[in-house]
Design a protein around this ligand. Structure first.
Ligand SMILES: CCCC(=O)SCCNC(=O)CCNC(=O)[C@H](O)C(C)(C)COP(=O)(O)OP(=O)(O)OC[C@H]1O[C@@H](n2cnc3c(N)ncnc32)[C@H](O)[C@@H]1OP(=O)(O)O
Length: 302
């Protein structure tokens, strides 16, 4: 049973929560063949265009690119299903440590493709699409990889929501994030509001959503949405992002992945559940190769 199948509350009980960590391969690496999901997958296939590209590098850092430049990297239907496939691929990438999510051609993502949105504007299809993207983005955030959204140009609507499905956000100095949903007569539906509240607090989330406020790098840093700013024109932003991320991904993959798991459990589970999970994760690294090597080297932390 997958963690978040339709109609099932997330993290229903401790056993389920622990299964999340230890059975990821079995529970996550395949599509959930729920009939409603199959139906929306088929419908999404009717709206082609663009791609979600994934490059897994030997460094243990993967780069995922939202690629639909003719539409400012808006998500077509097929891109939504491709995103799910790429997340599946990353769930089984045991050597992975980090992930960069970015947009093609110097801009992040302008949300869902408005042509597809118009065609499936009935509430039933809207709900199914929203559930599909919520689940995929939840799985993206829960990957045992340290993830960062590299925001160049604009991140609008669903694009702004996508940034919140990463652990960190970097912006170039001329970039902008905007939850434009209110202007579209909507609220976030891809899990962006729930995640935003956890990142910036409810006061700031209310300002960003109710005011559709534009977030530039300074404001983003001030409210804690943005972790760092890359100056435009000073080198290659992707290389700069890899360098920034490598401060957290340096070292052994099992340890980095374990760090992400304990932080994630602290963020999502009750204290008791998180403590139990922490013990289990600790057991996976205690006496492991990295631990034994550090002990043999008599490492000092000066
Ligand atoms: C739960 C999910 C909720 C959502 O995501 S709803 C979607 C929210 N996003 C939007 O409303 C974005 C609407 N687009 C815009 O505001 C502007 O196009 C944008 C992104 C600021 C760029 O402005 P400009 O730089 O002036 O460029 P432009 O308007 O000429 O756009 C270039 C081409 O891209 C297209 N485009 C941009 N965003 C799109 C989208 N979301 N869906 C479909 N097509 C989109 C735009 O129509 C234009 O195409 P074309 O050259 O006219 O064929």
């Amino acid at each position: 049973m997958a963690l978040c199948s339709v109609g099932r509350p997330l993290l229903q009980n401790t056993r389920h929560a622990l299964g999340w960590f230890f059975k990821q391969k079995q529970t996550f690496c395949c599509k959930v063949h729920d009939s409603q999901e199959e139906e929306i997958r088929k419908k999404l296939q009717l709206f082609p265009g663009g791609s979600i590209d994934l490059q897994k590098q030997e460094s243990g850092i993967a780069v995922m690119t939202v690629n639909n430049p003719a539409r400012m990297n808006a998500f077509s239907g097929t891109m939504m299903t491709e995103l799910e496939e790429r997340v599946c691929e990353l769930e089984t990438w045991t050597e992975g440590k980090g992930l960069i999510v970015r947009g093609a051609a110097g801009t992040f993502c302008s949300g869902s493709d408005l042509n597809a949105v118009r065609a499936i504007s009935n509430p039933q299809d809207g709900m199914k699409m929203c559930m599909f993207m919520q689940k995929t983005l939840t799985r993206l955030l829960r990957l045992p990889l340290i993830s960062v959204a590299l925001v160049e140009g604009k991140a609008l609507g669903g694009g702004a929501e996508l940034t919140t499905a990463c652990d960190f956000r970097l912006m170039t100095s001329d970039a902008m994030i905007q939850f434009v949903h209110k202007h579209m007569g909507l609220v976030p539906g891809w899990g962006g509001a729930a995640r935003l509240v956890r990142i910036v607090g409810s006061q700031n989330a209310l300002k960003l959503l109710a005011g559709s406020k534009k977030v530039d790098p300074d404001f983003g840093k001030q409210i804690g949405l943005v972790d760092d700013v890359l100056t435009v024109g000073e080198g290659n932003t992707l290389v700069d992002t890899e360098r920034w991320l490598s401060q957290f991904t340096k070292g052994s993959a099992p340890v980095i992945r374990a760090v992400k798991k304990v932080v994630l459990s602290g963020r999502e589970l009750s204290l008791d559940e998180a403590l139990t999970t922490e013990r289990h994760v600790f057991g996976t690294v205690w006496g492991g190769p990295a631990n034994l090597e550090a002990l043999a080297l008599k490492t000092k932390h000066k």
